[in-house]
Design a protein around this ligand. Structure first.
Ligand code: GTP
Ligand code: MG
Length: 195
């Protein structure tokens, strides 16, 4: 399906703005700056499809991308951005909850974790929300190029321990670097097999 055309469909700020639930859908969640937009760009082979930036909290809307005829890729706003106004955070949490629990066609959520930081408290919160919404989630480690290979095992152990506490977690962890193209083909294959 990644061979098909890729397009930005729309940015959504409320439930009534969601596109029709007529395709297989996967979403990308993660802390601000973890590399969600960069990962979507890498997956689709488009350099600037999803906006990636150095400014945390850049992606504020739920952004829908179509891939071929059959799939939506969904870029969620980053969480855990300390400087975001309280009202903005509250509105976003409400929308996220509604989206995760109400979207029939959502097949899997990918929870992105920065290889340098491991699972933080805010990631635990999202994972708990996914458990409660009964959305299967899979962890994608990002920025693998930023730490030494010899440090990988320790971070992955911490992630595995965290996942063991979450019933909705899919056990396989995917290691990626959008910068180096690592793990991108693996992730494409995973998405392509979801039905
Ligand atoms: P928000 O939309 O603000 O939540 O951020 P995001 O999760 O979409 O992150 P984004 O893709 O904008 O990336 C944030 C920064 O990390 C950018 O400067 C990217 O270039 C950088 N980055 C993303 N992925 C990688 C990676 O695999 N390796 C390295 N070295 N840098 C990366
Ligand atoms: Mg983004």
């Amino acid at each position: 399906m990644f061979a098909g055309p890729v397009e930005f469909l729309k940015g959504v700020v409320a439930m009534d703005g969601l596109p029709p639930a007529d395709r297989i859908e996967v979403c990308f969640a993660g802390r601000s700056n973890v590399g969600k937009s960069s990962l979507i760009n890498a997956l689709t082979g488009r350099k600037a499809l999803a906006r990636a930036s150095n400014t945390p909290g850049r992606t504020q809307e739920i952004n829908f991308f179509t891939v071929g005829e059959s799939h939506y890729l969904v870029d969620l706003p980053g969480y855990g951005y300390a400087e975001a106004p309280v009202a903005v955070v509250a509105k976003w949490q409400q929308l996220l909850k509604a989206y995760l629990s109400g979207r029939q066609t959502l097949r899997r959520a990918f929870v992105l974790i920065d290889m340098r930081h491991g699972v933080k408290a805010v990631d635990e919160e999202i994972m708990t929300l996914l458990d409660r919404s009964a959305v299967t989630f899979q962890v994608v480690m990002t920025k693998a190029d930023k730490i030494k290979t010899s440090d990988h095992a320790q971070v992955l152990d911490q992630v595995r321990r965290a996942l063991a506490r979450h019933p909705a977690a899919y056990p396989e962890i995917v290691l990626t670097s959008s910068e180096k193209g690592l793990g991108i083909e693996t992730l494409r294959a995973i998405i392509a097999t979801l039905e």
